[in-house]
Design a protein around this ligand. Sequence first.
Ligand code: BGC
Length: 494
Amino acid sequence: MTISNPVFESKLTLYVLVCWILAAFGGLMFGYDIGISGGVSGMDDFLIKFFPRVYERKSHAKENNYCKYDDQMLQLFTSSLYLAALIASFGASKACSYFGRKPTIFMASILFIIGAVLSALAEHMWILILGRIFFGIAVGFGNETVPLFLTEVAPVQHRGAVNILFQLFVTIGILIAGLVNFATSKIHPNGWRFSLGLAGVPALILGLGSLIITETPASLLERGKVEEARAALKKIRGVEGVEPEFQEMLAGCEKARQVKRPFKKLMKKESMPPLIIAISMQVFQQFTGINAIMFYAPVLFQTMGFKADGSLMSTIITGLVNVGSTFVSIYAVDKVGRRKLLLQACCQMLISQLAIGIILSTHLSATGSLNKKLAAAVVVLVCTYVMSFAWSWGPLGWLIPSETFPMETRTGGFAFAVSANMMFTFLIAQAFLSMLCTMQASIFFFFSAWIVTMGVFVIFLLPETKGVPIDSMVDRVWKQHPVWKRFFGDTQEL
Ligand code: BGC
């Protein structure tokens, strides 16, 4: 069966570019948070105020390198956000359908600003945690809505690149957080308050931006506003001749409307292939171990014997590598394809993790520190690892789940992917410092084993989706795949 890829008329207008960039600030909000917590958890003023026991242990010269930050409450500080986001993403998918993408993005920014204010002013642990919960709900709302928004306003031929703008802004957010921490760590005793409070800035930009951006035509159609949808499509395409595209959207919307209960439909056998792939992409993304680096890089580098400044510096270097390498993905994803990028990255990540594990297990004793040359080698290896993540599992963990579902199960399916991401981000954030303490350098071998599993998964189970029109995924991808085709019978119940 051959289905050609339609090319609809569109112009890249300044307005649509502004819409993409403003929406992508949702990614920046998420990224800033990922990057800020690790640096703050390494700041003495912050530890003295909220985690005096950890501070005591850290300043103890003879303390075990791998265990000095192991504290359940300290980990809860980082991870509570993701638990809140996990629950919020399902609420966000409902809000997206009932109110539209624009108001949901606005809600995300308000919640984030409340989180920033609470965190910056926190005098007690419970306020700090409350702030994290607000941040978390905001991230759940933002991460469900922004990638969908970008996908829905992107012209078909640029969908991949526009979707990866979200990840690009995540990486920029992480980098900015690294720079902010570097500066605020020199402000005593309230530097950490600036770090947490400045999270409100991208949220404010997103909030103001959400007043300017258009509602997506798909969301307007979903809520029966046909004429407004047509006008919105003309506005974002910058041309008058949008009728062929609009008619196709109407047809897709009609088909989706026949499915009365999308979540029930998602549980049917024929929805399993995209659902399993979407969830696995996010789970595996987290089992690369990336957030062990992103959240805890300053702590990790201090564990390796870097001084506080040196470790924040190294975080900035990895942050720059992360941003730069995401551009490679934007360029390559529609040329070399998803599978090749993922497999190449598995090899590069595996080599880097194994080498880090070997260096640390042979040269970093529980109480010593690494010599300069080896410490530099570890930073280089962390960079080669981050680089490969940034052009593969990072962006594709978001892109593939957004393009594998048929329209009727797309938003519901994507909510599962977002919550899987949050769930495993939470688990890794919560467990990492304890795992580091018990497994020591072997933690890198643990992640290496996962990377091998992921490689096998890509080889046998992940179909190539490059260049496949999003609405013919079922016929052209799932029904052709040697494993997944068994999930499709002759009749498809709604
Ligand atoms: C992941 C985050 C990760 C970030 C690193 C994102 O795609 O979802 O968990 O910290 O990439 O750049």
